[in-house]
Design a protein. Structure first.
Length: 376
């Protein structure tokens, strides 16, 4: 599989987007794409899809790391006012998804695929928890990480969702997902964090792919329309943006659809960093290596890695001494087995950061310090 230091495919399962599409849309949201390698050994394979949708006195809330289950009624009372239903319409299609208010003056975080069909002259509207519907404009979007920010004007003192921290998320902790699956606003489901640090590939714009880096895996129900919504801890703090759900392929090679207890959310720290940059600049700048890669499958005599097919003259990799024909085996000490491992680095690192790249060349090992460039 080829990659230019951006998003590449990973394995033999399936992944699709979890939001933004619905009835009347020109395509089915539960589409398949390769992800079994990212998920590990899965019997029968899985299909991961973005989830699009159709048109008394409070008691103390347990801490996320000590609670066995969240008090979902209390969490919902705190978080639902900050969660919205988003409708997007383009020239030939329309759909719904979810989002959360991140600033009181009207900025709302969601998935790129929820609003991308309206990016070229379409319409976006927001349905608030109290029943109000108002138009919105797209502030900016990042197709590579499947995140976007929209804004509603003429509103004040909007209820902002509380932010948690990715470092505090623990496997096994209870969580609550809020959004509008199938267009059903103010829907609440609960579960646990079933895994962390998944790298999940989903369909992106114009036939490209997006990458969910260090995604939070949960068994809280994630269905079409949940995309862009909120995955929160027991303190009603945002810990992830639900973006994809897995399903089991049927006998015809399609997807069975529906939630099977395997959903994925973009971690809050990454979502916040991207949304802050979008609000500040209207766009997102990603780190850049400057090479084209192909995954090298492991053999008995070779551990695998990624083959450097070509290097951009004068680019960061070339300046560090990396050459076409090198096989990259690790970055900053973390093994590299697919092109997605390299793509993930470009999403979590900043332009100007320096990373250590280990490689083999002609049977000999070497390393290089690459100062990452910038690419929108």
């Amino acid at each position: 599989m080829e990659s230019d230091g951006g998003v590449g495919r990973t394995g033999d399962g399936e992944v699709g987007r979890a939001g933004g599409g619905g009835v009347g849309r020109g395509w089915v949201s539960w589409v398949g794409m390769a992800v079994a390698a990212a998920l590990g050994a899965v019997v029968g394979g899985l299909a991961v899809s973005n989830n699009d949708g159709v048109s008394g006195s409070p008691q103390a809330v347990p801490l996320p790391d000590t609670a066995e289950t969240c008090a979902a009624t209390e969490v919902a009372a705190k978080a639902l006012p900050s969660v919205v239903t988003i409708s997007a319409r383009g020239e030939q299609a329309a759909g719904t998804g979810s989002g959360e208010i991140i600033r009181e003056d009207g900025y709302i975080l969601t998935n790129n695929h929820v609003i991308s069909l309206a990016a070229d002259g379409g319409e976006v509207s927001v349905l608030f928890n109290d029943g109000r519907t108002v138009p919105a404009v797209i502030t900016g979007r990042d197709p590579k990480s499947d995140l976007a920010v929209i804004k509603v004007d003429g509103q004040s003192d909007l209820p902002v969702i509380a932010f948690g921290k990715s470092e505090d998320v623990q496997v096994g902790q209870p969580v609550v997902a809020l959004g509008a699956p199938l267009g059903l606003s103010n829907t609440v489901t609960s579960g646990i964090v079933s895994a962390r640090d998944r790298t999940i590939e989903v369909p992106g714009d114009d036939g490209q792919t997006a990458l969910l880096v260090s995604a939070v895996q949960t068994d809280a129900a994630i269905n079409p329309g949940n995309s862009g919504g909120a995955l929160v801890n027991c303190a009603a703090e945002l810990i992830g943006v639900p973006s994809a759900g897995a399903s089991i392929p049927d006998s015809s090679g399609g997807s069975s659809g529906g939630d099977i207890g395997l959903g994925f959310a973009i971690p809050v720290d990454h979502a916040k960093a991207v949304s802050d940059e979008i609000i500040a600049t209207g766009t997102v700048t990603h780190a850049f290596f400057g090479f084209s890669l192909i995954t090298v499958p492991p053999t008995q005599n070779q551990q695998g890695g990624v083959f450097v097919r070509s290097v951009v003259p004068g680019g960061p990799a070339a300046q560090a001494g990396i050459q076409a024909g090198d096989v990259i085996t690790s970055i900053d000490g973390t093994p590299v087995t697919t092109t997605n491992d390299v793509a993930a680095v470009t999403l979590i690192k900043n332009p100007g950061d320096t990373v250590k790249v280990d490689y083999t060349r002609g049977g000999k090992t070497g390393s290089a310090q690459v100062k990452l460039g910038a690419q929108q």
